[in-house]
Design a protein around this ligand. Structure first.
Ligand code: AP5
Ligand code: MG
Length: 214
């Protein structure tokens, strides 16, 4: 099962992708997480990506496409995967389709998690991410057991640099301009599934499992 998660920043792509990956036992591939790991490790890719991410801009397609194409060709992806945060532009979607076609494969589902802009700002302000393992929480909707501490690895929880209100606005603009056109792209391909992302986290997941088949 090859799944793409679409949706605005903060719509809950990562939250749902993790649950899908666990339930269906497939890898969760988040380009945002890959970039953040590279930033943390001080790699060249991380240094380049950071300059864009801190401004709420997309990292250029050429820094993203090969990375994902290589990743989905690895053995653990043979039974499917859930892509979170990729593709984000029409050229990225076209590059993915082309690379998959060369492997005799195609995307099965593009799940669009719909959340209006008004809800996004408050979600981002409440999100906390673990400096150790990258797990995400929300102070109100998905709180950790102990305040400021990751349930999984015990490290500190912080507000992501790009979750500051001034950057969130820019990310939303970029989303509407460059990523939203993918909704029509996948609707035309006949694989778009839209879910209401304003519902409770478990209810959103329930809807997704009904789409994917339990
Ligand atoms: P990325 O990390 O992908 O960020 P994003 O798309 O902006 O999305 P987020 O991770 O912020 O949100 P999410 O939808 O995963 O929501 P979450 O589940 O955390 O990318 C970061 C940057 O990297 C980009 O800006 C860009 O620069 C670069 N980049 C990455 N991929 C790229 C690409 N392909 N091309 C170019 N550049 C790229 O949920 C948000 C919060 O809400 C959490 O606190 C969560 O607990 C809470 N929550 C989730 N669901 C619910 C719910 N149903 N009800 C209440 N609260 C909820
Ligand atoms: Mg995410």
């Amino acid at each position: 099962m090859k799944i793409i998660m679409l949706g605005a920043p903060g719509a809950g792509k990562g939250t749902q992708a993790k649950k899908i990956a666990a339930k269906y036992d497939i890898p969760h591939i988040s380009t945002g997480d890959i970039f953040r790991a590279n930033i943390k490790n001080g790699t060249d890719l991380g240094k380049k990506a950071k300059t864009y991410m801190d401004q709420g801009l997309l990292v250029p397609d050429e820094l993203v496409v090969d990375l994902v194409v290589d990743r989905v060709a690895q053995d653990d992806c043979a039974g499917g995967y859930v892509l979170d945060g990729f593709p984000r532009t029409i050229p990225q979607a076209e590059a993915l389709d082309k690379a998959l076609a060369a492997l005799g494969q195609k995307v099965d589902y593009a799940i669009d998690v719909e959340v209006p802009d008004e809800n996004i700002i408050s979600r981002m302000g409440g999100r906390r991410a673990c400096v150790g393992c990258g797990a995400t929480y929300h102070m109100e909707y998905a709180a950790p057991k102990a305040e400021g501490i990751c349930d999984t690895c015990g490290k500190e929880l912080i507000l992501r640099d790009d979750d500051k209100p001034e950057t969130v606005g820019k990310r939303l603009d970029v989303y509407h301009e460059q990523t939203q056109p993918l909704i029509d792209y996948y609707a035309s391909a006949g694989i778009l599934k839209e879910v209401d992302g304003t519902a409770d986290i478990n209810d959103v997941f329930q809807t997704i499992t009904e789409i994917l088949g339990a």
